[in-house]
Design a protein. Sequence first.
Length: 248
Amino acid sequence: MRGWTVSMALVAAFAAAPAASAQDATPRTPNGRPDFSGFWSNPMRPGGPAVTVFDAEAMAPFAPGGEALFFEPRTGDPRHDEPRAFCMPSGFPSGFFGPYPIQMVQTDDWLVMVTEFQRITRLIPLDGRPHREGIEPTYYGDPVASWDGDTLVIDSRNFKRWSLDDYYYQDPTQYRMHTEDFRTIERIRYVDAGTLSYHFTVEDPRIFVEPWSEEFQMTLHPEWEAVGLYEFVCEENNRCAGGECEDP
């Protein structure tokens, strides 16, 4: 009977071991929080290619007058239709979802996200502080973060009105925009040692009747560390948008 009891205890211990190993596989900072440092793919739909546009099926219905704010027709002026051709910022989330590597560097107090495209850099405090008051709206918003267990929750607001995504490459009549009331919530957690769940929520009450979300994944690429992020240089006053220059 005693031997049977010992055997059952060993079976129970081995059965619990995989779960413990999976939890232990999560890299952590000295304060015990999940550490997202490393080189990651841009957010992608599970099993899918790079994402540069949001799924219209996931979006909430338009608020009254919201559709007119969401779709802004192209004008033929490249400074409006593709401001990045003149080295204007891509903005968030558009630039973050391009098919470029993302490097994250994390300490106990800060998460730094650097996207290879335009060297977009986000400095995100992790101490749960409130948003700053009285600051100018920006292309990338004001992000602050807090922890919900092992999930990092990033709340960004205080944006300029700017493009939401790259949908105008699919349909030039539909330049999808957000307003100054735009807010995003990112929820990031480890699925396994090499995969992040990236849950993205959009709130823009002047355009949509309610918030809406999409689920993405990011994949760890330690092999990219040997090369790092490629240098991305774009200078202001580009007068040759798209490589097509007029004769002087």
